[in-house]
Design a protein around this ligand. Structure first.
Ligand code: FPP
Length: 232
C-alpha cells in the first residue's frame, strides 16, 4: 500500500476501439466496455480515498470520428446516468462536468445536467467528466470571459494572476490533478487539461482502458510516489 494518495487523479481513457477490434467487436462495443471500466475505477477511487477523478470522456477533436461512433458516445452518458444515478446518490458521489455542453445533443445535455443537479450536495468522491472538452478551448473560453469582465469593469487588469485565471477555467473549483494517467500506449496529452497538468506526474500504460482496474490504478499511484521519494 502507498503512504499517501493523490487528491485528484485524471485519466485519458484510451484504447477502447482497439480493445473491441482485438476481440472481433465494434469500436462502440469497446466504448461500452470502457464505461464498465469507468465504474470499476470510480469504485476503486472510493476504496482508496481519492477525492477527485477527472475522466476524458469526449474531446473536442472526437467530433471528427464516424457519425455512428459520435452518436454512440453522445448516447452513453444518457444510458450511464439513467442507470447509475441512484447508486451515485447512495455512494455520495458528486458529478461535475468540464467542457462545452452547449453544443451537444439535448438528451445528452439533459442527462448530464440532471446528474450534476441531483448530486450537487453530495460530499464524497467528485467524478468530473470532461465532455466536449479541449485544453486549448478551455484556456480560450477563460480568456474570453476574463476580457469581458475587464471590458465591463468587473475586473482590473492588475488583479489578473494564476489563481484568478483558474476560476475561469472549466475545472474552476477543483485543485490540479497530481497525476495524469493515459491508457492505450500513446504518450501524448492530446489537448487534455493543458493548464491544469503543468505540475502533474504523467503515467502511461499500454493497457487498453477496458482492461484497466484497481490494481493498475494503485500501481500508477505507487510508481509516481516511488519516483517522488527517489527525487526527494
Ligand atoms: C478513446 O478510445 C476513448 C474515447 C474517445 C471515449 C471514452 C469514453 C468512455 C470510456 C465512455 C464515456 C461514457 C460516459 C458515460 C461519459 P479510442 O476510441 O480512441 O480507442 P483507440 O485508440 O483504440 O481507437
Amino acid at each position: 500500500m502507498f503512504s499517501s494518495v493523490p487528491e485528484h487523479v485524471a485519466i485519458i481513457m484510451d484504447g477502447n476501439g482497439r480493445w473491441g477490434k482485438a476481440r472481433g467487436l465494434t469500436r462502440s462495443e469497446g466504448h461500452y466496455a470502457g464505461v464498465q471500466a469507468m465504474e470499476r475505477v470510480i469504485d476503486a477511487c472510493i476504496d482508496i480515498d481519492i477525492k477527485i477523478l477527472t475522466l476524458y470522456a469526449f474531446s473536442s477533436e472526437n467530433w471528427s470520428r464516424p457519425k455512428a461512433e459520435v452518436n454512440y458516445l453522445m448516447y452513453l452518458p444518457v444510458k450511464f446516468f439513467n442507470q447509475k444515478l441512484p447508486g451515485f446518490m447512495k455512494r455520495n458521489i458528486k458529478i461535475l462536468v468540464s467542457g462545452d455542453i452547449t453544443t451537444i445533443p439535448d438528451s445528452t445535455r439533459k442527462a448530464i445536467t440532471k446528474a450534476m443537479d441531483k448530486t450537487k450536495n453530495n460530499t464524497g468522491l467528485i467524478v468530473n467528466i470532461a465532455f466536449n472538452y479541449g485544453g486549448r478551448n478551455d484556456i480560450l473560453q477563460a480568456v474570453r470571459q476574463m476580457a469581458e469582465d475587464v471590458q465591463n469593469n468587473h475586473l482590473e487588469l492588475d488583479n489578473i494572476n494564476e489563481g484568478l485565471f483558474e476560476n475561469y477555467l472549466y475545472t474552476k473549483a477543483l485543485p490540479d490533478p497530481e497525476i495524469l494517467i493515459r491508457t492505450g500506449g500513446e504518450k501524448r496529452i492530446s489537448n487534455f487539461l493543458l493548464w491544469q497538468v503543468s505540475n502533474a506526474e504523467l503515467y502511461f500504460t499500454d493497457v487498453y482502458f477496458p482492461d484497466f482496474n484497481k490494481e493498475m490504478l494503485m500501481e500508477a499511484i505507487g510508481s509516481s510516489e516511488a519516483r517522488h521519494a527517489i527525487a526527494e
